[in-house]
Write a protein that binds this ligand. Structure first.
Ligand code: AMP
Length: 356
């Protein structure tokens, strides 16, 4: 393989041509294809193995064409075909995970958003530098040693999918018998209610809630259903269960819509704005969808435990709009909003500002 194309070369595949919107057939692909179609784009579904039959069941979201690869990490083999179709790849949560961050960075096909964000999101240390040190966003406390623990904690293993093996302890004493089985962090267990906030940052729009030289939109909110933690309480006290060897897991199985007390919106927008502003300072800025994942405490302080810098699956709840996006424009899904941004950039000859 040659040297990866720089952004300017990648952009050249789109010059004077109508872009096609492509994504991996998974996660939020139905919504991405549907939104692109509503905005008048042709769509390509990249399927691992033969396309899933369920796309036939959704005629308004079925991609116009499928390309097939045996494994997601072989997506680079489709480079020529995607370039020939002047494709713009829309990354979603599973896209980067399945393709692999390094291979994703090297893709020679234009990608919606700033791919440099990957380096800041995939490493928990750098993520903290970005959000807490630079963005002054409130995050759960971290303990370097168990002796410092002064409240309930969650012990997270690095790279543990679905929180497998995470350990919960209500205080320092309860942590005493704990022996870690790998690299981990001990984090304050934040008591409160979880909110997953769906933002969209447009560097192109100059109206609305201004941040940087663009505009920050709030398009929806969800809460994740997580197995087995959500229902574990039915078996009794958590500590007793852990003693019996039953460990909580946080495997996402679905999403439910939520709205936040209106008086908390200023805080939420402030958090979103700080994250965008510090992304601009640190790596040229985030573009498009991102999700701030946090816990609202009884003191009404929002503490952020994670950020996803792409379209999250919780937005699938809002294909025809959410209680927030309805106040921005009718029938506005996140998938459609992505397509609108690409359309505006194309019309204003500013694609270089929204793709990388
Ligand atoms: P994470 O792997 O960081 O995305 O965490 C997985 C799940 O663990 C989240 O969706 C929350 O339900 C829960 N969680 C993570 N961090 C905390 C925290 N500091 N306090 C309370 N719950 C948390």
């Amino acid at each position: 393989m040659g040297i990866p194309l720089g952004p300017a070369e990648r952009l050249r595949t789109l010059e004077g041509r109508e872009p096609t919107i492509a994504t991996l057939c998974s996660h939020s692909s139905l919504q991405i294809f549907h939104g692109a179609r509503v905005e008048g784009f042709k769509t390509i579904g990249i399927s691992v193995g033969p396309p899933q039959r369920f796309y036939d069941a959704f005629p308004k979201a079925r991609p116009d064409a499928f390309l097939q690869v045996p494994k997601a990490r072989e997506i680079a083999n489709l480079t020529r075909q995607l370039q020939d179709q002047s494709a713009i790849l829309v990354p979603h949560g599973s896209f980067v995970e399945y393709v692999g961050p390094d291979r994703f960075m090297d893709l020679e096909v234009p990608v919606f958003g700033n791919r440099a964000v990957i380096g800041w999101e995939s490493d928990r240390e750098k993520e903290r530098q970005w959000l807490e040190d630079h963005g002054k966003v409130r995050m759960p406390k971290r303990y370097t040693d168990p002796s410092e623990v002064d409240g309930p904690v969650i012990v997270k293993y690095y790279g543990a999918k679905g929180g497998k093996g995470f350990f919960l302890a209500k205080n320092r004493e309860a942590l005493e018998g704990f022996t870690p089985t790998g690299p981990h962090v001990i984090q304050e267990y934040v008591l409160g209610t979880r909110y997953y906030v769906h933002f969209f940052y447009s560097p192109l729009r100059t109206d609305g809630y201004r941040v940087g030289s663009g505009s920050l939109e709030l398009l929806g909110m969800d809460r994740r259903d997580e197995a087995n933690i959500d229902e574990l309480y039915k078996l009794g006290a958590q500590e007793e269960l852990m003693k019996a060897g039953l460990r909580p897991t946080f495997v996402v199985t679905g999403n439910v819509p939520v709205v936040l007390r209106e008086s908390l919106l200023p805080q939420i927008f402030d958090v979103g704005a700080r994250i965008v502003e510090s992304s601009i300072d640190l790596f040229g800025g985030m573009v498009g969808p991102f999700c701030v994942e946090g816990i609202m405490t009884e003191e009404l302080e929002f503490k952020v435990f994670e950020i996803s810098t792409r379209i999250v699956a919780g937005t699938n709840l809002f294909v025809s709009g959410s209680p927030y996006s309805d106040l921005v424009a009718p029938q506005l899904s996140m998938g459609r909003r992505i397509a609108q941004e690409i359309r505006q950039a194309q019309r204003e000859d500013r694609l270089a500002e929204v793709i990388s």
